[in-house]
Design a protein around this ligand. Structure first.
Ligand code: V55
Ligand code: FE
Length: 491
């Protein structure tokens, strides 16, 4: 018998789990789906098969779930499946939760200590014709891009040595190279980071091995044409901390906030460590190198961003310090600099999950897109909203040149998940296309995919699912050319 589930949400879900795999063919649509949207929107998130063993566990331990919205000829199909990790299979066979607290093997059932414990619940990646579900505690898990069946762990033909792989790899839009890394690369609480360049065919071409100043969550990073930029914020762990049975991370306010900068063609000896004021950049937007300066844009918080990772000094969770806003960091690449300059670009629009037009990764760019909370607009879900994170009721187009913020408001009963930019065509100018993202419609108890014109930031269509789907952590757009398919019913 499955136990009842507690309140274990990501940002905007229905505070429960779904435990359902299925398809909706030719979905119901309000408005008209533009015919130039041709490809697949993949989403990965978490959905508990069995409840966590411990009440204080984090939603980051929920079982990986992958879904897709597949677009062609003005129609769309939906499909959702669990990621069949070894952990999922072991739990299903046992009929209960065998794994303990977030990323701590000491808390697992002895019968599964030798099993890979990833839940693969964070990000979809499409590269070299393959689809993966990612979680930063393991290598990529390959998924069939059409059936969403799980194929298993991927080690790049045995050439990828790190035991882990970042949740936020970057594909260079011009070279097709995949730049990625693994932290805790040689085992739990190790301070090894292995950085890789993988060519457009999926072959490992470079590996650089770094030692970190402390063992911490390296959730995201950025690339410019010339540099790799890794924010190092003090969510830390250690062997002793894990042996005591704790959740993987704790916030240590006494440690410096670093950013590591190294040339994409450089070696470990070429790394520069910059220091900033207290805070965290869990996610990034983009980076650009211009002469002797490197610019990194990212949503940044002034303190511990997560309520479920405790503060080492015992301080209670501070929602104000957890809130992030889009900031611009400038690094002087000249010989003597060891700090960066911070500018808060949009202090009025707090949000954590921003995206750009991915064709401009590592290149000069103009627009960022992000779900954010506009407290002046009503949010009335008609049900108690129990998340620790404020609901995103708007998508913004953030003009990083003029600082103009153009807003789409989803309405008072909905909360928005991470958005994704879809270019109108391969060669369309930056920002010419659509912004898509899933809205949680609370009173209707269903999920809806909103489709906006990304220039006007106005809704052109809404895909209405007949049920709720689990929250996305991250999503990605795969143009038809990258992963061709047939729609069911067409021959
Ligand atoms: C994040 C999410 C994770 C994780 C570590 O958003 C960091 C940040 C969904 O899992 O394991
Ligand atoms: Fe992330």
């Amino acid at each position: 018998m499955v136990q009842r589930f507690g309140d274990r949400d990501f940002a905007s879900n229905f505070f429960t789990t779904l435990r359902f795999e299925g398809d909706v063919l030719d979905c119901e649509v309000e408005g008209k789906i533009p015919e130039d949207i041709h490809g697949t929107f993949y989403r990965v998130g978490g959905d508990w098969l069995y409840p966590p063993k411990f009440d204080h566990d984090s939603a980051f331990s929920a079982d990986g779930y992958i879904s897709m919205f597949r677009f062609a000829n003005g129609r769309v199909d939906y499909k959702g499946r669990f990621v069949r990790t070894p952990r999922f299979e072991a739990n299903l066979a046992a009929g209960r939760q065998l794994f303990g607290i977030y990323r701590n093997r000491a808390a697992d059932d002895p019968s599964v200590r030798g099993l890979n414990s990833t839940v693969s619940n964070t990000t979809p990646l499409v590269h070299a014709g393959r689809l993966f579900a990612l979680k930063e505690d393991a290598r990529p898990w390959e998924i069939d891009p059409h059936t969403l069946e799980t194929r298993g762990e991927w080690d790049f033909h045995g050439k990828y040595s790190s035991l882990t792989f970042t949740a936020h790899p970057k594909v260079d839009p011009v070279t097709g190279e995949l730049v990625c890394f693994g932290y805790e690369a040689t085992g739990e609480a190790s301070n090894d980071v292995f950085i890789y360049t993988i060519d457009k065919h999926g072959e490992v071409k470079r590996e650089v091995r770094l030692k970190m100043p402390y063992v911490s969550e390296l959730h995201d990073f950025a690339i410019s044409r010339e540099h790799i930029v890794i924010p190092v914020y003090p969510l830390v762990t250690s062997k002793e901390w894990l042996e005591a049975g704790n959740i993987h991370w704790a916030w240590d306010d006494t440690l410096p906030f670093y950013t590591a900068v190294l040339p994409r063609d450089g070696d470990a000896k070429d790394v520069r460590w910059y220091r900033g004021s207290k805070g965290a950049a869990v996610h990034t937007l983009n980076a650009v190198t211009e002469g002797n300066r490197l610019v990194l844009d990212a949503p940044v918080s002034d303190g511990n961003p997560f309520p479920f990772f405790p503060n080492k000094d015992g301080a209670p969770f501070d929602p104000q310090k957890a809130m992030s806003t889009i900031r611009r960091w400038t690094f002087d690449l000249g010989p003597n600099a060891d700090t960066w300059h911070e500018e808060n670009l949009f202090p009025q629009a707090p949000g954590a999950l921003g995206r750009i037009d991915d064709r401009f990764i590592a290149r000069p760019y103009r627009y960022a897109y992000m779900g954010y909370t506009d407290a002046s607009r009503p949010f009335e879900p008609g049900t108690p909203y129990k998340s620790a994170f404020p609901a995103a009721n708007c998508y913004g187009r953030f003009d990083m040149q003029t600082r103009e913020l153009r807003t789409y408001y989803v309405g008072k009963t909905c909360a928005l998940q991470e958005c994704c930019f879809v270019p109108r065509s391969k060669d369309a100018p930056e920002g010419d296309g659509y912004l898509i993202g899933v809205a949680t419609n609370f009173p209707e108890k269903r999920s809806e995919l909103v489709i906006l014109d990304a220039q006007r930031m106005e809704e052109v269509a809404r895909v209405i699912l007949p049920f709720r789907i689990s929250d996305q952590v991250h999503g990605t757009w795969a143009p038809y050319e990258d992963l061709p398919f047939q729609m069911p019913g067409k021959s």
